[in-house]
Design a binder for this molecule. Structure first.
Ligand SMILES: [Zn+2]
Length: 196
């Protein structure tokens, strides 16, 4: 049995359109420090998100259907993470790189947003499903957006905001939003460093 890292609760945000708010976890079934079932409540708007089989589903998430053209080696180099600790979010098609990234970056936990249907959570990676980027500002050591979500300007902007200042986002297409210094850009990918 696995479940969502309980510490990840601190980084989740309500996806309803109000000021960023933390969520309150009411755990049901736990497996050590992992939440298998439970609910996440928003103290601002009262919304409740269900956590089932270790997966928090905020609603309206489209499971990734396309393959990614990014490689784990490239993403690992682009993110430029140092040592272990913290979280990196992979969204949409980029979630396919999870197991290879875990091997290259031991000790960094992954958050998989909208992976393909049937993707289970694992000891290294928690699964979230959401139509709006469900992570707080300045909560991630890195964010990687697959093509399916990188082309959505709102996901790109929210993805940038979720990165800690000075750290990086990799996007498989789309346009870099404000608040990011573009470090590299090719036909199918841009790499940015959050500036503010
Ligand atoms: Zn709310």
């Amino acid at each position: 049995m696995t479940g969502m890292f309980i510490e990840l609760t601190d980084h989740l945000r309500c996806t309803v359109g109000h000021d960023e708010s933390f969520l309150v976890l009411l755990p049901g079934t736990m497996d050590g420090r992992r939440v298998v079932t439970g609910t996440l409540g928003c103290p601002v708007c009262g919304r409740v998100v269900e956590l089932t089989d270790g997966v928090a589903d905020f609603g309206s998430g489209m499971p990734a259907a396309d393959a990614t053209t990014l490689t784990a080696d490239a993403v690992h180099a682009f993110l430029g993470l140092g040592g272990p600790g913290g979280y990196v979010a992979l969204a949409g098609a980029a979630t396919a790189l999870a197991s290879e990234l875990v091997a290259r970056q031991p000790g960094v936990r992954l958050v998989l947003i909208n992976p393909p249907i049937g993707t289970p959570d694992s000891p290294e990676a928690s699964v979230l499903r959401a139509g709006i980027f469900p992570l707080n500002s300045s909560s991630m050591r890195g964010v990687v957006l697959g093509r399916d979500l990188a082309v959505d300007s709102r996901w790109a902007a929210d993805g940038v905001r979720a990165v800690l200042p000075g750290l990086r986002i990799v996007a498989e297409g789309g346009e870099p939003p404000g608040g990011v210094e573009v470090l590299a850009r090719t036909d199918g990918c841009w790499v940015g460093r959050r500036t503010s």
